[in-house]
Structures are given as structure tokens and as C-alpha cells.
Ligand binder design. Sequence first.
Ligand SMILES: *[C@@H]1O[C@H](CO)[C@@H](O)[C@H](O)[C@H]1NC(C)=O
Ligand SMILES: *[C@@H]1O[C@H](CO)[C@@H](O)[C@H](O)[C@H]1NC(C)=O
Ligand SMILES: *[C@@H]1O[C@H](CO)[C@@H](O)[C@H](O)[C@H]1NC(C)=O
Ligand SMILES: *[C@@H]1O[C@H](CO)[C@@H](O)[C@H](O)[C@H]1NC(C)=O
Ligand SMILES: *[C@@H]1O[C@H](CO)[C@@H](O)[C@H](O)[C@H]1NC(C)=O
Ligand SMILES: *[C@@H]1O[C@H](CO)[C@@H](O)[C@H](O)[C@H]1NC(C)=O
Length: 310
Amino acid sequence: MDYLTFFLAILHVYRALCEEMFWDTTVKLAENMSLQCIYSSLDTLTQMEWFKINTTSRELIAIFSPIYGGVVKQPYTYRVYLLNSTAAPNDMTLYFHNASEADIGFYSCFLHTFPHGHWEKVIQVVASDSFEIAAPSNRHIVSEPGKNVTLTCQPAGKWPVQQVTWEKIQPHQIDILTICNLSQGKSYASKYQREIWSSCSQDMRSTFIIMPHVTASDSGLYRCCFKASTGDSETFVMRLTVTNGKTDNQYILFVAGGAVLLLLLVILITTIIAGNNYRNPNPTNQSSDGATEDVYVNYPAFSHRPKTRI
Ligand SMILES: *[C@@H]1O[C@H](CO)[C@@H](O)[C@H](O)[C@H]1NC(C)=O
Ligand SMILES: *[C@@H]1O[C@H](CO)[C@@H](O)[C@H](O)[C@H]1NC(C)=O
Ligand SMILES: *[C@@H]1O[C@H](CO)[C@@H](O)[C@H](O)[C@H]1NC(C)=O
Ligand SMILES: *[C@@H]1O[C@H](CO)[C@@H](O)[C@H](O)[C@H]1NC(C)=O
Ligand SMILES: *[C@@H]1O[C@H](CO)[C@@H](O)[C@H](O)[C@H]1NC(C)=O
Ligand SMILES: *[C@@H]1O[C@H](CO)[C@@H](O)[C@H](O)[C@H]1NC(C)=O
């Protein structure tokens, strides 16, 4: 009998470990942290709940209804809050103002909507030392507001890819944008608050995401990751900068400064050459060539963007 209990206990632990939790967003634990949950569909929200979850149970943290208002449950009452729903009707973000190690774990933002039914976003809170975003970006894309931006990735390895993931990386949070399982040819679109277009098919050799009508808030780091069933993986990071409508002032200053400097140099060199010519009306060697080169030596500041491998 004892043996059987022991065996069942082992089986239970094993099951718990195997039932992997899936999440949409990873947040770094911080004293003041926010678990972002922004619902962007036009459906009508009828009720919303925040849970702390694990593989076996759900603990209710807060419940909100557009008719009856919101209630935060014990022991969270004085530790979390939601925004005033009148001011931000689609923003269900849960704010912690004194979070601790005990708050590490999984959370669910669960919405009941009409007519589409339920919608859930799962957020994982991790300790700050297990939150890694080691991400030197190897490409830089610059765009303007309103454009449709396409980010692409191609693995260098020749192994068969099984899964492709796209993420947006911020210092405190990583959002999964899309996951494509190539053997199924199906993708999981995450609950990221903006529209993302992508494709997922069994024989694709490269991947892309399209962000329609980008705004300055889309600026940041994006990461794509290819995984093989063998465990091989490859990751690419790129930085997107969406200029804030008007051209960047600093850049103009930089270019204008460079132009003025160049002009001064040209004037200086012309003066020197003119002076030389005045003293020596029949110059034999091309001292002007060397001078011209000096002018261009000041240019490389414009072309130090990292090389990319697409
Ligand atoms: C958290 O927020 C409180 C109140 O706004 C502030 O006093 C405190 O310094 C913040 N803590 C951190 C680590 O930022
Ligand atoms: C899940 O959470 C419940 C209540 O918070 C807790 O009693 C239980 O031990 C947890 N289970 C696991 C596997 O962590
Ligand atoms: C929410 O905001 C509205 C208007 O901005 C205000 O009338 C109402 O009192 C606020 N509710 C709470 C709970 O702060
Ligand atoms: C924050 O939590 C710690 C322990 O978890 C507690 O001692 C402290 O009083 C709390 N501070 C506030 C402002 O609630
Ligand atoms: C962005 O894509 C949409 C839908 O395909 C299209 O209607 C629109 O013209 C595109 N905008 C730009 C700036 O390319
Ligand atoms: C992809 O789908 C296949 C077939 O359903 C499944 O066996 C495999 O575990 C999935 N891969 C991942 C990484 O989820």
C-alpha cells in the first residue's frame, strides 16, 4: 500500500512538471510592477477576472464588471489595483505596488466578452536574476509613423526548423508576438495589444512579421528564434526605430554640424591650395588629392551601422 501511495505521488509530481504552462508575456519581478492586459477587440466586455494560476488551481485576485464595478480579494486588497475603467475601458492592467518573491508565478487575465466568448492572456512573473534579455541587436530598421513595417529572419543553419518564435523585448518585459509550429503548419497568435501579421507553413525557409501602421511606441527590440527538434536553435535580434513624425532634431543637428565642418575644411584647403599655387604657379605634384582624401576621412561617422545578415 505504501509503495502504491509513493508511486502515485511520484506520478503526480511528474504530471505536474510535464503539464507545461504556456504564457504570452514574461515580466521581471519589481516592487512596482504592472501586468499589462489590454484588450483590443470591438467585442463587448461583460466581466473580467485576474487569477494567480498554477497547473492545479486558480486563485482569484480581482473581479471586474462594467455594471457592478471591481472588487480586489484578500490578501491582495492593499497590494494591487486596476485603472479607473471609465478612463481606460479596454485596459485591464493589474498594478502591484509592493510585490515580493511570493508574487513570482503565473497570472491569468481572463475576459468574458460578447459575442466571441472568453479571451485569456497568461503572464509569467520571474525573479529579476532569471530574467535575461542578452540581446545585442545585429540589425537596425528605421521607419516612419503610418508605414507598414516588415521584419524578416532567415536561419543560417541547414537543420530542419520545427518552431519559429517572434518576441518584443523590453528591459522589464518580453512579449511573445507569434509562435509557428512548422510540423503543424499552424501559428499561435499571442495576446499582444497590437495587430501583427505573419505566416506559418510547413516548408518555409524564412519568417517575417508585418506591423501595419507603426507608431513611435512600436520602436524597440524584436527577436526571432528558430528551434529544431534536435535542440539546435538560432536567434536574431533587430532594433526598430519609428521616428516621432518630425525628423529627429539631433540627427539634423549632427548632419548640419558635419556639413559646416566640411565646408570649413574645403575653404581651408582651397585657401592652402590657392596659397600654394600663388607661390608656385606650376605645381607638379597633386597635393590637392591628399587634401581631398582628408575631407572624406571625416565621413565614416555616417556609415557605422552594424552589418546585417538577412
Ligand atoms: C514604488 O512606488 C512607490 C510609490 O509610488 C515609491 O515610493 C517607491 O519608491 C517605488 N519603488 C521603486 C523600487 O521604484
Ligand atoms: C497551486 O496553488 C495552490 C493555491 O495557491 C497551492 O495550494 C498548490 O500547492 C499549488 N500547486 C502547485 C503545483 O504549485
Ligand atoms: C473614474 O473616473 C471618472 C471620470 O474620470 C470619475 O467620475 C470616477 O469617480 C472615477 N472612479 C474612481 C473609482 O476613481
Ligand atoms: C511591503 O511589504 C513588506 C513585506 O512584504 C511590508 O513589510 C511593508 O510594510 C509593505 N509596504 C507597504 C507600503 O505596504
Ligand atoms: C498597409 O497595409 C494595408 C493593408 O494591406 C494597406 O491598405 C495600406 O495601403 C498599407 N499602407 C502602406 C503605407 O503601405
Ligand atoms: C508542433 O506540433 C506537433 C504536432 O502536433 C507536436 O507534436 C509538437 O510537439 C509541436 N511542437 C512544439 C514545439 O510545440
